[in-house]
Unconditional design. Structure first.
Length: 287
């Protein structure tokens, strides 16, 4: 009986020790927005610091030119990039922008999955020099910022838009066909026009007019496609000699034109067959 009581007492003592030990175990908590408790988001997934970068360009693409000045009709395209202490993108970060001379609307943005946000910096009827101050904060309230200086002028300081016209005359409609300088009744010319802007980007949906005297142009006006190209056929018109193909278009209020020299020659002679038939000449003269 004493042995049973002793075993019972030891069992109660062991159970009390285990329960006491469990109450002393720490509760693992995360510092992210997922709350607390065992199994919560690990602290390593939450940024402990941020780095903010500012890019000011003359266009929305990352390949556009960096600029320091904006003017009426020539806004700046801002890109903000936020990364964490390890250089990884920091998505869903609120970015606040503050400046005086230029207009930014809205003044706060949310970074995307790449840690990026974009905005427009526009002329606001004031000129001079100013700074952009961009700030992003951690959930703890600690703020990180970057500053970029810029200027506002009342005149156009960016590159003026221009247009280039390239012309090729071939013996077929494919780009792999041969370049030619002459056409005839049995060999029309295929004229390809290519329009590019000042950054060598194709200019689509641009109306071009084509004219010449010695050949027939089909069609006389054309619309450039997505690659900035339009194709014209140059047909024989019963006239021989040398002439120019004139191409013109109105782009951003400015007329642009170019020309290409060519010649019209007599049709090819088709000789009679070996049976002794008379030779037939393309211009209709028989002997």
């Amino acid at each position: 009986m004493k042995t049973i009581k002793l075993l019972f007492t030891l069992a109660l003592f062991s159970l009390a020790s285990v329960m006491s030990g469990c109450s002393d175990q720490p509760v693992i908590s995360g510092t992210g927005t997922g709350g607390s408790g065992a199994g919560a988001t690990a602290t390593t997934s939450v940024p402990t610091s941020l780095s903010v970068s500012i890019f000011l360009r003359d266009g929305p693409a990352s390949t556009d030119n960096n600029i320091t000045t904006i003017s009426p009709g020539n806004p700046g395209y801002l890109t903000f990039q936020v990364v964490d202490q390890d250089g990884n993108a920091a998505p869903n970060q609120i970015v606040n922008v503050d400046t005086s001379l230029a207009k930014i609307d809205p003044t706060s943005f949310l970074t995307d999955s790449s840690g990026m946000a974009t905005a427009m910096l526009e002329y606001n009827n004031a000129v001079g020099a100013d700074s952009l101050v961009v700030t992003s904060s951690l959930t703890s309230g600690e703020a990180f910022s970057a500053t970029k200086n810029y200027a506002v002028t009342s005149t156009n300081t960016t590159v003026t838009s221009t247009l280039s016209i390239a012309m090729t005359l071939k013996d077929g409609s494919a780009s792999t066909d041969s370049d030619v300088t002459v056409i005839s009744a049995d060999k029309p010319g295929y004229l390809t026009l290519t329009l590019l802007d000042e950054k060598s980007n194709p200019v689509a949906n641009q109306i071009v007019s084509v004219s010449t005297s010695l050949a027939q142009v089909v069609p006389t006006t054309a619309l450039t496609d997505a690659t900035g190209k339009a194709q014209i056929t140059l047909d024989y018109l019963n006239s021989l000699g040398a002439d120019q193909i004139l191409v013109s278009t109105l782009y951003n209020g400015t007329n642009y034109s170019d020309s290409l020299n060519y010649a019209v020659v007599a049709p090819s002679i088709q000789m009679g067959d070996a049976s002794g038939g008379a030779a037939a000449f393309g211009w209709g003269c028989c002997i």
